[in-house]
Design a protein around this ligand. Structure first.
Ligand code: PLP
Length: 352
């Protein structure tokens, strides 16, 4: 080990899903939306003036926070935006989980939480999901420095009732509770309705899934204005210009087109329900997902074998080699046609 290496902030990094790029592939491995962004996004992109790029963007991102505030019935100072919700969440960990007490999150959940905690030297304690992969709300009623969980949870797709979520918030009013709602637009009930009631609640959402803009990197948080101010203080101490000019313009276009948003999320929900019926017939078991993916296990075939067989056919799904979930596949809901191809392949495979 070199002397300088003793000064390095070491961390075991998060491993994002593969981003293969093969002709004819069916990409169901990173929960992207199969539909393009709202049509207004494409036209705004065409009209963008490269000349304006010599100027810094608006550090407050006011056009975007304003559009989001209007969409969710909030004041502008109740909204914070970042470079994808990963950026917003990392900023929130840094801002709110500073007590030195362990933060709590489920044992099976978004695998970035423990990475941020390790990076920022925040202690944490994982709380086991029950045997059906539900969050056990009583587990969050203990000494802690904050709480975070996704709703619906990832990678299970299971949504908790808002009453259970409110119970967790209520039991933890002396710390910040973050609800990561990356998939809320595909089902489940948002906790946004509770932010005026609980000043310790931060709700985080993203443009990456329901708004078809994973490639643009926009995420946002909603909460009491004092929480948002603390987040902004940290952001301005780190990088004042997180949102570039393109993201600000295109993000507003995506939020404005409510009809397109409703239409595409509804299509994905319909396709998800169709896929559930088909996979059930083929011997797959899964919890009732409220997200844009299914988390499935088969009564006869190993998940890892299915994963490899699908990959051979250029159908990419996600496999996590982790305790409790190493016999499951997470399958993103694509277009009807893509899901038909998946089901056709699995039909032939399980008929062998
Ligand atoms: C996809 C996802 C995110 C991050 O999405 P961004 O692309 O960074 O906005 C955050 N939390 C969960 C649970 C996710 O699945």
């Amino acid at each position: 080990m070199k002397a300088w290496e003793k000064n390095v902030r070491t961390v075991v990094p998060y491993v994002p899903g593969e981003q293969p790029n093969q002709p004819g592939m069916i990409k169901l491995n990173t929960n992207e939306n199969p539909y393009p962004p709202a049509p207004g996004v494409a036209s705004a992109l065409r009209e963008m003036d490269a000349e304006a790029l010599r100027l810094y963007p608006d550090p407050a991102a006011s056009d975007l926070t304003g559009a989001l505030a209007e969409r969710y019935g909030l004041e502008e100072d109740q909204v914070f935006v970042g470079v994808g919700s990963d950026d917003v969440l990392a900023m929130a960990f840094m801002t709110f989980f500073h007590s030195g007490r362990p933060i709590l999150f489920p044992d099976i959940t978004y695998s970035f939480y423990d990475v941020w905690a390790d990076l920022l030297r925040i202690p944490y304690e994982c709380q086991p999901l029950d045997e059906n992969f539900n969050i056990v709300k009583e587990n969050y009623k203990k000494y802690n420095g904050g709480v975070i969980f996704p709703n619906p949870n990832a990678p299970t797709g299971i949504a908790q009732d808002l009453t259970d979520i409110e119970y967790i918030i209520q039991q933890n009013q002396d710390v910040v509770v973050i609800v990561d709602e990356a998939y809320i637009d595909f089902g489940g009930e948002s906790a946004v309705s509770l932010i005026d009631k609980y000043d310790n609640l931060l709700v985080v959402q993203t443009f990456s899934k329901s708004r078809s803009m994973a490639g643009m990197r926009i995420g946002f948080a909603m909460g009491n204005k004092s929480l948002i101010k603390y987040l902004n203080d940290v952001k301005y101490s780190f990088n004042s210009y997180t949102m570039d000019r393109t993201a600000l313009v295109l993000g507003v276009e995506a939020v404005k087109d409510e009809a397109y948003f409703q239409e595409t999320t509804e299509k994905i929900i319909q396709t998800r329900e169709w896929t559930k019926r088909e996979l059930k017939k083929l011997g797959f078991h899964f919890a009732d997902s409220c997200a844009n993916f299914l988390f499935v296990t088969h009564e006869k075939y190993l998940a890892r074998d299915l994963f490899e067989a699908l990959k051979q056919k250029r159908i990419y799904v996600r496999y996590f080699n982790k305790p409790r979930i190493d016999n499951f596949l997470r399958i993103t809901i694509g277009t009807g046609q893509e899901m038909q191809a998946l089901v056709d392949f699995l039909k032939a495979y399980t008929a062998q």
